[in-house]
Write a new protein. Structure first.
Length: 181
């Protein structure tokens, strides 16, 4: 498992679908784009901004339930891509012990952001669905041409990828949650 962080929340140009971008914290700093539903994108955006709605949303309610049960989310893991769908698990610890709970990555990310829980992605997921985007530190020479090439390749990937590449259908009640997270 590799430690990842939320790099940002964007909209895929062709479909208008929201995408959360996770970035591997260690080299080679792969970026993992995960399509999410509109509601989940709002939940992630609220957590990223630190804003709280006047009434608790589903993820806020879940955080309150976890706290009231003296439980703790130790970590979130994006574990695999199965038939075009990202799989994730919440690693939860409480009075009854430790449990691993199946979750959509979008929900797991929204919870992790609210609870400051670390997020991880498996090496296999990063190999299969991640993209390497060059970064440079103050100590490294900046190769603008290489960075531009990497950014162009990543943009091409985002322009060419379609939600249909990740799922067979759209949920009946709104925008796609793709890959089903």
């Amino acid at each position: 498992m590799k430690l990842v962080e939320v790099l940002g929340l964007n909209v895929e140009v062709a479909s208008g679908s929201p995408i959360v971008l996770l970035r591997e914290q260690g080299a080679p700093h792969r970026v993992l784009p995960i399509f999410v539903g509109g509601r989940e994108a709002v939940a992630i955006a609220l957590a990223l901004s630190g804003e709280s709605p006047p009434r608790p949303l589903t993820h806020d309610l879940f955080v309150a339930v976890i706290d009231s049960l003296d439980a703790h989310i130790d970590r979130v893991e994006v574990t695999e891509v199965r038939e075009g769908t990202f799989m994730a698990e919440l690693v939860v610890r409480g009075p009854a012990g430790r449990a691993m709970i199946d979750s959509r990555p979008s929900d797991a990310i929204a919870l992790a952001l609210r609870l400051d829980a670390p997020m991880f992605a498996s090496e296999e997921v990063l190999d299969e669905a991640g993209a390497i985007v060059s970064v440079s530190t103050d100590d490294e020479a900046i190769d603008d041409e290489a960075i531009d090439d990497d950014v162009d390749r990543f943009r091409s990937f985002l322009d060419e990828v379609r939600p249909a590449d990740f799922a067979d259908h759209r949920p009946p009640d709104g925008p796609p949650d793709l890959p089903r997270s």
